[in-house]
Design a protein around this ligand. Structure first.
Ligand SMILES: [Zn+2]
Length: 271
């Protein structure tokens, strides 16, 4: 009975949070369902502290997306629909974190917690790096060839400001996880989040510079990584057609989680 009441309470908190996100215009209607599913899986499997960490990531993402939104919009690099994220984006970023949380129901431990922290740190690092990088007064450079300048918004383009942003975002997740005691060994939390988040974000840029699908809009002729633009399907011009942005996000969270686990396993015997 108590677990049923607890589950109901968790459900209400998640729905209230997702509703607030809709009202703030940060997610659309289907994004609401995806957020509620991710939020509930994380809270039910990982507990309230895990949910708080996802909520912090979400708040961080919204804050940096809306920061100087008008300026990014004029540049033509802003996220569409007032920065609202759609459901594939939410599942791509929150999928692995949800899986790690659900795995805890079967076998709780530090490893699924490291997977969770690595995945969330990567999503936070990537989001903040992208949004801050757009504001850099220096032209982004291609991560695979730093002598080459690319237009803002180009996949695989990196800036110093973006890198600082990815470290900052990973640190915020790390400090929250430390305060909430997500890992029993407190001294491991910051390195796990920092290495996981930064590695995941760098991996994201590497995939973006190499195999990510590139295309252009057949209506406005602008280059874009989106599958649809101006209401029409975009044309593929480079990369693998199936490595679109959400696939890159999934791969990056897996890479960030792997780096976080490696850090945990490497450092744990030292203490
Ligand atoms: Zn277009």
């Amino acid at each position: 009975m108590l677990t049923l009441i607890a589950a109901l309470f968790e459900f209400v908190v998640v729905v209230a949070f997702a509703l607030a996100a809709v009202l703030l215009n940060t997610i659309d209607a289907r994004g609401f369902l995806a957020s509620a599913a991710v939020g509930f899986a994380v809270m039910y499997g990982g507990g309230f502290s895990w949910f708080v960490i996802v909520a912090v990531f979400f708040t961080l993402g919204v804050a940096f997306t809306l920061y100087k939104y008008g300026y990014k919009r004029r540049l033509g690099t802003a996220q569409g629909k007032g920065g609202a994220r759609n459901w594939p984006h939410i599942l791509a970023n929150g999928g692995l974190a949800s899986v790690a949380a659900m795995y805890c129901l079967v076998s709780p431990g530090t490893l699924p917690a490291a997977v969770f922290l690595g995945a969330v740190s990567t999503s936070a690092a990537d989001t903040v790096a992208t949004e801050l990088g757009l504001l850099s007064d220096r032209q982004p450079r291609l991560i695979t060839d730093l002598s080459k300048e690319v237009p803002p918004g180009t996949s695989g383009g990196v800036t110093r400001l973006g890198f600082v942003g990815s470290a900052f975002a990973s640190l915020v997740i790390g400090v929250m996880a430390l305060a909430l005691g997500v890992l029993p060994d407190a001294y491991l939390v910051l390195p796990v989040c920092l290495v996981g988040g930064i590695f995941g974000a760098v991996f994201d840029s590497l995939v973006g510079a190499t195999i990510q699908r590139k295309g252009y809009c057949v209506v406005c002729m602008k280059p874009t990584e989106a599958l649809r633009h101006c209401g029409e399907k975009t044309k593929t011009t480079g990369g693998k057609w199936y490595i679109e942005n959400n696939v890159v996000n999934v791969l990056s969270t897996v890479a960030g989680a792997a780096a976080a686990c490696a850090t945990l396993l490497a450092l744990a015997p030292l203490f």
